[in-house]
Design a protein around this ligand. Structure first.
Ligand SMILES: [Zn+2]
Length: 182
C-alpha cells in the first residue's frame, strides 16, 4: 500500500464528491511524537478517510489511522512494539468560534486561504492523542520471568509445609486435630 494520502485536502469539496481515501502518511512527516514515551516509529501510518456531511450538514472527514511504535514498558522497563490506533472525525473550520461550535468528538482543523486543511498534521495529532502516557505491555505478555518467579516462590512454601509435616509427627497430629475441630 504505497498510495500517499494528500497532505492537504478541501474536505468540503471532497464531501460533495463523497471521496474516500485509503493510503499512507510516511513516518518522516511525524515530528511531534513525544520522545519520552515513543522511542521509535516503526512503520508509516495506514490511513483511511471518508469525506461526507454530518446530519447538521457540516463537512467532515471520518477516519482511522494506525502506526507501529516502540516504547519502554513502564512496568518491566523492557522495550516493546505496539500499534497506536486513532479513530477520528476531522472538520474544517475558519476560526475559533466555528471550532468551539463543533461537537466535542470532532477535531477542528483550520482551513488555509484555499479552503484546505493540513491532513498530515491533523492525523499526527490524532495519533499522538492515542499514545499511552505510561506505556505498558498488556498484562499477559509483561515480564513473564517475574511471574514465573512468583509461581516458584509459592511452590517453595508448599514444599516446606510438606517437609515439616513429614519430619514432625506431632505437628502433623496437631494439624490433624485442628482440622477435626473445624
Ligand atoms: Zn512489561
Amino acid at each position: 500500500m504505497n498510495i500517499k494520502i494528500p497532505a492537504f485536502l478541501n474536505i468540503r469539496n471532497e464531501a460533495n464528491k463523497r471521496s474516500d481515501f485509503k493510503g499512507i502518511i510516511s513516518k518522516e512527516n511525524f515530528k511531534r511524537f513525544p520522545l519520552d514515551t515513543v522511542k521509535s516509529i516503526n512503520t508509516d501510518a495506514e490511513v483511511e478517510l471518508s469525506c461526507t456531511f454530518d446530519f447538521t450538514n457540516k463537512a467532515i472527514a471520518k477516519g482511522t489511522a494506525k502506526i507501529n511504535v516502540t516504547s519502554t514498558c513502564m512496568r518491566c522497563m523492557e522495550d516493546f512494539t505496539y500499534d497506536v490506533i486513532a479513530e477520528f472525525t476531522l472538520s474544517p473550520v475558519a476560526n475559533e468560534e466555528q471550532a468551539d461550535a463543533l461537537p466535542q468528538e470532532y477535531s477542528p482543523l483550520l482551513i488555509n486561504e484555499y479552503g484546505e486543511v493540513n491532513i498530515v498534521e491533523g492525523v499526527e495529532e490524532e495519533l499522538i492523542m492515542n499514545i499511552a502516557l505510561t506505556p505498558k505491555h498488556p498484562n499477559e505478555s509483561c515480564n513473564p520471568f517475574l511471574d514465573q518467579e512468583e509461581d516458584f516462590l509459592e511452590d517453595e512454601e508448599v514444599n516446606q509445609e510438606q517437609v515439616t509435616l513429614e519430619n514432625n509427627p506431632f505437628s502433623a497430629l496437631s494439624q490433624l486435630k485442628g482440622k477435626l475441630k473445624k
